[in-house]
Design a protein. Structure first.
Length: 160
């Protein structure tokens, strides 16, 4: 059974983006989620404790996150919670991972501008008749497919 969780916090590390040999995009970063409370005696907010999460995203979400999320930004993450115990011989610990289903900026702390990602069709270029091929080879940019996965062609502002 997997638990779905939504977390708000600060991106604590520079997001790391990799592309596997199979063509799978993966982006991961650490998220610090601090619990705060108001101390009436001191009349100020204090941090009670910080929970740390490793956020991992895959495929198009990973690509979009790598281009959108930066260290120090406040974000919201919704995903599947995974808790793992580990022992490396010297130390024992617990790692809390979240496999992200969605990531966004926390608009309670700032503003954002949205650009929709447009992904090319999954039609291989070999399926396009030669009569339709443009001599400028622009069709390669639009219809190119690598290892059966569509390629991010461009980002355009698309109204809802």
């Amino acid at each position: 059974m997997t638990d779905t969780i939504t977390i708000t916090g600060v991106v604590a590390t520079i997001p790391r983006h990799i592309l596997t040999s199979e063509g799978l995009s993966i982006t991961s970063f650490r998220l610090a989620s601090a619990q705060r409370r108001f101390d009436r005696s001191k009349e100020r907010w204090i941090d009670v404790e910080t929970n740390w999460y490793t956020i991992t995203s895959f495929r198009q979400l990973a690509l979009n996150a790598s281009m959108s999320v930066e260290k120090g930004q406040r974000v919201l993450v919704t995903g599947r919670l995974r808790i793992r115990e580990w022992d490396n011989g010297e130390r024992v610990g617990t790692t809390v991972d979240v496999e992200a289903e969605s990531i966004g900026h926390d608009l309670a702390w700032g503003t954002a501008t949205f650009s929709r990602s447009i992904v090319s069709s999954a039609v291989p270029t070999a399926a396009v008749p030669e009569a339709e091929a443009d001599e400028s080879h622009e069709e390669l940019e639009r219809d190119e497919v690598h290892d059966g996965a569509p390629v991010l062609v461009e980002e355009q502002a698309v109204p809802f």
